[in-house]
Design a protein around this ligand. Sequence first.
Ligand code: NAD
Ligand code: MG
Length: 388
Amino acid sequence: AEQTPKKRIAIFGSTGSIGTQALDVIRAHSHLLEAEILTAQTNYQLLIAQALEFLPNAVVIGDTNRYNDVKTALAHTDVKVFSGEAALEEVADFDTYDIMLTAIVGFAGLRSTLKGVQKGKVIALANKETLVVAGDIVMQQAFENRSPIIPVDSEHSAIFQCLVGEQRNPIEKIILTASGGPFLGKKPNFLVNVKRDHALQHPNWSMGAKISIDSATLMNKGLEMIEAKWLFNLQPEQIEVVVHPQSIIHSMVQFEDGSMKAQMGLPDMKLPIQYALGFPERLKNDFPRFSFKKYPQLTFEEPDYKTFRNLGLAIEALKTGGNKPCVLNAANEIAVWAFLKNRIGFLDITAVVEKTMAKIPFIEKPNLAEYFESDGEARNFAASIMKM
Ligand code: NAD
Ligand code: MG
C-alpha cells in the first residue's frame, strides 16, 4: 500500500508543557507525524534528550551559553544545532516542515510565528499572546499567505471543532468556558495573601507557570477573549464567558437559529494538540474516556468580575483595540514574572496592569514596529512601578 508522507512538525517551545505533550502525541502516532524542528530557551538537557529520541533536522537552544553543550551532545548525529534569538526565525524559514506548533510562551513567540505565517505554513497555535498583541497583523498575513491557523488552546479548539461544516452559517455568539482556577469563590481578603506555590496549583490542568498564574487571576480568560476575536472574526459583544468548574465542556458556539454546539471531553491538552496536528482527521487514541457516572453534574456560573478584575481590564482592551491588548499583555507578563519571583502580591498583578494601561499612549492602528515599541514601553513602565 502507498505510504502517505508523514507530517513534519516544528515545535517552537518543545520543552514546555505544550511542547512535551506534543511530543507524546508524535510518539504515539509516529506512523503519521514526525518532529522536524525542536526549540528551547534554557532547558538544554531536555532539548538534548528530545533530539536524541526524535532525531529532528534541527534544534535551537535560545541560551547561547548552552550552545556548546547541545552541539557536543549531538555531535554524533545529523541534527543541526542553532542558538540565539535570531535562530528561531532562521529555522522558521526552513522549507522542510509542514506544521509549526507555536508553544513558546508570551510575546517572545511573535517573530517566529510571523515567519511561519509568511512561509504559508500550517500554524497550530498554542501561543495565544501572539494574537493578543498583534492579532490584526498575524491574521492579515495568514490570509495573504494562505496560512491556516488551527487553534490548540482548548476553548478555541472546541469552537473550531463546532464550526466544522458550518462555513456558511454566521456565529451569533460564542461562550468560552472558564474553570475559575484555584481561587474560584475566593474574595480579595483571601487573595491578598496567596503565594506563588498555591497559585500554581490548578484544579483541572497541569500547565506552564505563566498560564497557571493567568488562570488563577482570570487574565487567561481575558487573553482568550481577545484570541477568539481574531481567530473567529467576532465583535466583543459576541464573546461571552461562563465559569464551568468541571472543565468538561471546552466551549460553545451559538448560531443564528439559537441552536448551540458544544465540544466536550476530559480536560487533557493532548486532545486539542492531537486534533490540530491530525486535522482534518481525528486520530484514534486510548486516552481515558469521559463518564457521566464520574461527573453527575456539570455546573455553570457567572464570573466574579469584582474580585477578578483582570477580566474586566482585558475586556476593556478587547473593546478599545489598537495597542491596548499589547500593553495589557506586556504589563501582565512582567507582573506575573515578578509574582513568580515573590516580588509582588497576587492582587498587585492587576494593579500593575491597570496602571500600565492608563500610562502608555494609545495607538489606534499600530504597525509591527509600533507593537514592539508599545510592548517595550509597557514592560519598562511596569517594571519601574514595581521597584518599591
Ligand atoms: P511553558 O512555560 O511550559 O513552556 C514554554 C516553552 O517556551 C519552553 O519550551 C521554553 O523553552 C520556551 N520559551 C520560554 N521563553 C522563551 C523565549 N524568551 N524565547 C524562546 N523560547 C522560550 O509554557 P506552556 O504552558 O507550554 O505554554 C506555551 C504557550 O501555550 C503559552 O502561550 C500558553 O498560553 C499556551 N497554552 C498553554 C496551555 C497549557 O496547558 N500549558 C494551554 C493553552 C494554551
Ligand atoms: Mg485555554
